[in-house]
Design a protein around this ligand. Structure first.
Ligand SMILES: [Ca+2]
Ligand SMILES: [Ca+2]
Ligand SMILES: [Ca+2]
Length: 437
């Protein structure tokens, strides 16, 4: 056995490696050195693995290993001289699937049927997973003795039982982050067994993109929609999307943590012109909403972050255009271009950061104008109203707190200009004006 080979085994798995190498030596020497060496080796194997193997276990295992070794001799004594030469040992080690360093390629979604004793007391497979794949790994022990399964490059936090009893199946589902080569080894220690190994992978469908959501630097473009779903797992703990928001429009992004674990997620939004806002930690079953808006067209990036242990979320992305007083857009900020409305009207409008909305109305003597800041908004915004006479003289003002209404009266009957400002600290604010007849 070469130093390279020994290193490969030891790197592979220190505990199983001890047993694995010992059994390998046993098998290769069994035909020449006889049963005594095998039994001595078996005793050591049992001591090292289970600590207190019974004699029955040892005898049973001994018989199986001698049988298996005989099979190996037939299979690998290629020149038929009754000995396993060094070259023949190398041939066994270099056979595909014989060593962790020389795994068989496992086709995703196709069951591999194999025997754990074939070759070198272990079968080694490589499954090449695409980035972000939702992966299911399944191994069924079709025989009687325990089989050992070890998987290298598993995402953090994925636990697999080490031992799979006769007739039992082990299964795990997890998400990988980047492209990943899983190295799956099925080992036998005492006896041999047929097994079936299946690794299947399906794409995530984060926010209906057909794949894993992108990264903050390379977000995946999506269209606004409600009921979008996404997943985290392993190295995939960040999904990022980008939406286009037209001028005088605002986006509302609501993220709900739908994970079955207890881990929080959070998200943030940022726009191409530098606006940034983030949620606090969202615990499972809870939601948070963030808004972006601008007077000019822009892109908003939505970055949802979870934990390595995995998570799931739902996302609603709604982009709305301003429609002040059903005008189909934003009404003018300028008093002389105020939007005409009728006395008695109820006006619903939106003020996007820094926006002023001016309305013109003819009101009766002592009429009052009610300004409200509706409570059904992501932020606790207020709204303020300034009233001017038709020729621009300041007349009166008032402001409404979040969820509140304030009445502001005018003097004599006549034409007035009513200008509304909502909170400038937030991307957008909704307001309502009620004009008394
Ligand atoms: Ca994802
Ligand atoms: Ca407006
Ligand atoms: Ca305006």
């Amino acid at each position: 056995m070469t130093a390279r080979t020994v290193n490969g085994i030891w790197k592979f798995h220190h505990q199983i490696g001890i047993v694995f190498m010992m059994l390998l030596l046993l098998a290769l020497s069994a035909c020449g050195a006889g049963e005594a060496i095998v039994e001595k080796g078996i005793g050591e194997v049992v001591d090292r693995t289970v600590g207190e193997g019974t004699m029955a276990t040892v005898e049973s295992a001994s018989t199986r290993i001698v049988e298996a070794a005989a099979t190996q001799q037939v299979a690998h004594d290629t020149d038929g001289d009754g000995q396993i030469s060094e070259a023949e040992q190398e041939a066994i080690l270099n056979a595909p699937g014989g060593m962790p360093t020389n795994p068989l390629d496992l086709t995703l979604g196709v069951v591999a049927e194999d025997n754990a004793m074939q070759g070198t007391f272990g079968r080694h497979y490589r499954a090449s997973l695409p980035a972000g794949a939702i992966t299911t790994l399944q191994m069924t022990n079709l025989g009687d003795p325990d089989l050992y399964i070890t998987v290298s490059n598993l995402p953090y936090g994925v636990d697999l039982p080490e031992t799979v009893g006769g007739g039992k199946t082990v299964e795990a589902t997890f998400i990988v982050g980047d492209e990943t080569d899983l190295l799956v080894s099925v080992l036998t220690i005492l006896g041999q067994a047929d097994f079936e190994l299946l690794v299947s992978a399906e794409n995530q469908d984060d926010a209906a993109t057909g794949g894993d959501g992108g990264t903050r630097d390379e977000p995946t473009n999506i269209d606004p929609a409600t009921g979008l779903a996404g997943l985290f797992g392993g190295d995939d703990d960040e999904d990022a999307f980008r939406i286009r928001v037209l001028a005088a429009s605002y986006s509302e992004v609501t993220v709900t943590n739908t994970a079955e674990n207890n881990d929080p997620i959070y998200f943030f939004v940022e726009t191409t012109d530098g606006y940034y806002n983030e949620s606090s930690a969202i615990l499972p079953g809870n939601s948070a909403t963030l808004v972006t808006a601008d007077a000019v067209e822009h892109f908003t990036t939505i970055v949802v972050r979870g934990e390595d242990s995995g998570g799931a979320y739902m996302m609603d992305v709604v982009v709305s255009a301003e429609n002040d007083a059903d005008s189909g857009g934003d009404v003018s900020d300028i008093q002389s271009q105020a939007h005409s409305v009728a006395a008695g009207a109820t006006i619903v409008g939106t003020s996007i950061a820094g926006d002023t909305d001016c309305y013109r109305a003819t009101l009766g003597e002592g009429a009052s104008v009610e300004i409200s800041a509706p409570a059904e908004q992501p932020y606790e915004v207020s709204a303020s109203l300034n009233i001017y006479t038709a020729n621009g003289d300041y007349q009166n003002s008032g402001s409404a707190d979040y969820g509140g209404t304030t009445a502001v009266e005018v003097g004599e009957a006549g034409e007035y200009v009513l200008c509304v400002n909502a909170s400038n600290y937030y991307p957008y604010s909704a307001y309502e004006l009620n004009l008394a007849p």
